[in-house]
Design a protein around this ligand. Structure first.
Ligand code: ZN
Ligand code: ZN
Length: 352
């Protein structure tokens, strides 16, 4: 058995001292006290929020996460007894596609990374579609996500799974929870004037961002209103609300958050990035190609994330179609030479 006597720290409270001696201060206690007094180091472009703001944001996060979950539980009960009507499935799928592409093509590739350009009406439509995902107003979402790229997996990243100090399985679970949705409950403020001044200066996008509560209402109420208009049945409106509003919002939330959690933890890393981003193929269809996240961190401004052969990227198909229709211009893609420079693993087969 290992002899542990030599490992006793000098400042251990268990050190043999007479009962009335003044104990030397514990090193951890000194560091804790310093941290409490000074707070964690400031992050450029991030503002500490007041206790009242934290309370408000936490309550909003609870409503936005628990309400859709209640819808999923109700939907499971409905499915067991009645299955799902064609109308409910159509509303669910149609709005999942509309709002999901609003996030991936709009919020992410167009507004955050400016990987292509479209005329103002399409910009507006994509910003509204993304807002209806009930994630964040477009300018706040863009600011958080640019901050994620700037600090990827380092201190300052709003949702890295790699910043908990705990080791082992407990550390993994805590890190994944934080990256997936825990970060929503520990708010700070990503200062939008620093991270998204381009969008703040664009009247159309600034007003769509300010009108976020309206898009939340439209997103929640459109399915039941459409169902009622088509069937004049309150029961049909109620099930449309469960499937077309709540379940659809819940699924897209968790798929989007999985990019932050799963795609910074599990999967392949063909590119040698300085962060821990991964490619995760099982999520590629539901996330419309966003789960080629290692590729994306290697080439953040690329309009195409599925850069290698066989990598399904529906968002890219949408952008490419817009380009073929001459509605998207200045579409940015990395050259084979720049891909070569950061390539890290195995034989390379680029997508055509
Ligand atoms: Zn990432
Ligand atoms: Zn990104």
């Amino acid at each position: 058995m290992q002899d542990t006597t030599e490992l006793t720290p000098v400042l251990s409270p268990d050190a043999v001292l007479p009962p009335d001696a003044v104990r030397p201060p514990d090193a951890d206690a000194i560091m804790d006290a310093a941290l409490k007094e000074e707070g964690p180091p400031a992050i450029p472009g991030v503002r500490e929020v007041s206790a009242a703001e934290i309370r408000f944001q936490r309550r909003a996060a609870v409503v936005f996460t628990v309400l859709p979950l209640a819808g999923v539980v109700t939907a499971m009960a409905l499915l067991w007894g009645n299955g799902i009507s064609r109308l409910d499935f159509g509303l669910f799928l149609g709005l999942y596609l509309f709002t999901g592409l609003g996030v991936t093509v709009g919020y992410h590739r167009l507004f955050t990374h400016r990987s292509f350009e479209v005329p103002a009406p399409i910009r507006g439509l994509l910003a509204i579609a993304g807002s209806m995902s009930l994630q964040k107003p477009v300018i706040d979402w863009v600011a958080s996500h640019r901050r994620h790229h700037a600090y990827a997996d380092e201190y300052g990243d709003p949702h890295s799974p790699h910043l908990v100090e705990e080791a082992g399985l407990r550390g993994v679970v805590r890190g994944m929870w934080h990256a997936h949705m825990g970060w929503l409950f520990r708010p700070d403020e990503t200062v939008t004037s620093r991270w998204a001044p381009d969008l703040e200066g664009e009247p159309l996008i600034a007003s769509i961002s300010r009108l976020f509560p309206l898009w939340v209402a439209v997103s929640l109420l459109a399915p039941p209103l459409i169902a009622f208009a088509l069937t004049s049945s309150l029961a049909a409106a109620a099930t449309a609300f469960v499937w077309g509003s709540l379940v659809r919002i819940w699924l897209l939330h968790h798929v989007t958050w999985s990019i932050n959690s799963i795609c910074h933890f599990f999967g392949a890393q063909p590119f040698a990035n300085r962060d821990e981003s991964t490619n995760n193929w099982p999520l590629s269809l539901l996330s419309f190609g966003e789960s080629w996240h290692n590729n994306h961190h290697a080439f953040p401004t690329s309009a195409r994330h599925g850069l290698l052969r066989g990598q399904l990227d529906p968002s890219w198909r949408v952008i490419r179609t817009l380009e073929q229709l001459r509605l998207a211009t200045k579409v940015r893609l990395p050259s084979p030479h720049s891909i070569e420079k950061v390539w890290a693993a195995g034989p390379k087969r680029l997508a055509r």
